[in-house]
Design a binder for this molecule. Structure first.
Ligand code: FE2
Length: 374
């Protein structure tokens, strides 16, 4: 039996925790007000919810941003000693929680705990004039958590505790939904986390790459994509692999000082329009050498887009048996070289751009070398 088949077999022996998809991503940041400006103006999110001193919260402030199906929460501390302040001190700005939407948050939480997950927040039933809302959280890699969210027919501003914000519509750029969320884990810990998603969530290994697929002269990575059976949640995991120099995954781990979320991929229906607009607003992306585009027709065959339009934007293309995908990666979005975003448009392809990893790695290494970390 191949390794993948063996893993699939084991996953099938565990009932999947019912998760409908990503609900939201919560960031802990050093200055939520300014981060909000970046996502509101730079990425075009609507500001829809707020909590802080004015709503009776004495310890933290949060802004909720929305674009189509993508929800982000930016949370900052109002004091020096909170978990939020400590998280930011240790890791810089980064993702605290990857929220999963579920129809029964208590059952999801209790199942996860019974299977060995650590509690990050026992179930809380919040209720206000807009209805009932239940959430509960479990730990995953590093200090990151998963929050099970049960919205039911809750009609308030995002969740209880928030006040609705009006008249803060952004100018959307076409970001439609979270496609996948990637975590970097410690060296030699890949199997531990694969097993965690299999045994606790009942997810399975959807795809697998190793150093023979993805490596440059300097660095390599091993990647396994954990997913639920419907495919509505995809959580790739990366582990640093030995290279001549420091792997980009190791650079992340050194600066984040822990495992954590490396990138959030957001789907668009028109990547050329989305990236053109993001670039106009000053969002910075990794660049790829012209040689990448010279080699592209031979690599991916016929595509709907004009390569002469993709090249100046830096949009990458990858072909699979069922179709192709277009993708691009931002530079890190905070001071430390840790979290970044991906914009992706799928045209039949279900993978993650394996054929681009090589080109991408080379580009990331150019940036890493500029930072003196290669
Ligand atoms: Fe990705």
């Amino acid at each position: 039996m191949s390794k993948n088949a063996a893993e699939l077999d084991r996953a099938q022996s565990v009932n999947e925790i019912a998760v409908d998809g990503f609900d939201h991503i919560e960031f802990y940041v050093g200055n939520a007000l300014q981060a909000c400006y970046y996502y509101h103006h730079g990425f075009g999110f609507d500001l829809i919810g707020y909590r802080g001193l004015e709503t009776g919260d004495r310890t933290k402030v949060s802004y909720v941003l929305k674009q189509d199906h993508v929800y982000l929460i930016l949370t900052g501390s109002l004091n020096a000693t909170s978990d939020i302040a400590e998280h930011v001190h240790q890791h810089g700005d980064g993702v605290k929680s990857v929220g999963f939407r579920t129809r029964d948050a208590k059952a999801a939480y209790e199942t996860a705990i019974a299977r060995g997950a650590k509690c990050a927040g026992a179930p809380v039933e919040h209720e206000d004039e807009f209805g009932k809302f239940i959430s509960a959280s479990v730990q995953t890699y590093g200090e990151t958590i998963h929050t099970f969210v049960q919205r039911g027919d809750y009609k308030g501003a995002f969740m209880p505790g928030f006040t609705a914000v009006k008249n803060k519509q952004g100018k959307p750029v076409g970001l439609a939904a979270i496609d996948h969320v990637v975590g970097n884990v410690e060296i030699d810990k890949m199997e531990t986390w694969v097993k965690y998603y299999q045994d606790v969530f009942g997810f399975y290994v959807y795809q697998y790459f190793d150093a023979s697929d993805i490596s440059t002269q300097y660095s390599a990575l091993v990647s396994k994509v954990m997913a639920n059976k419907s495919g509505s949640v995809k959580m790739p995991l990366n582990e640093p692999a030995e290279g001549k120099r420091k792997s980009q995954i190791q650079e992340y781990l050194d600066y984040y000082t822990a495992p954590g979320v490396q990138h959030i991929a957001i789907a668009t229906r028109d990547i050329i329009a989305t990236v053109t607009e993001l670039r106009n607003r000053g969002i910075e992306f990794l660049t790829v050498p012209q040689s990448y585009y010279d080699a592209l027709p031979a690599r991916v065959g016929e595509i709907d887009e004009d390569i002469a339009q993709l090249a100046p934007l830096g949009i990458l293309v990858d072909r699979e048996s069922e179709g192709y995908l277009l993708q691009i990666f931002t530079k890190p979005v905070q001071d430390r070289p840790t979290l970044f975003f991906e914009v992706i448009q799928r045209k039949g392809a279900k993978g993650f751009g394996k054929g681009n990893f090589q080109a991408l790695f080379e580009s990331i290494e150019q940036e890493q070398a500029k930072r003196g970390n290669l």
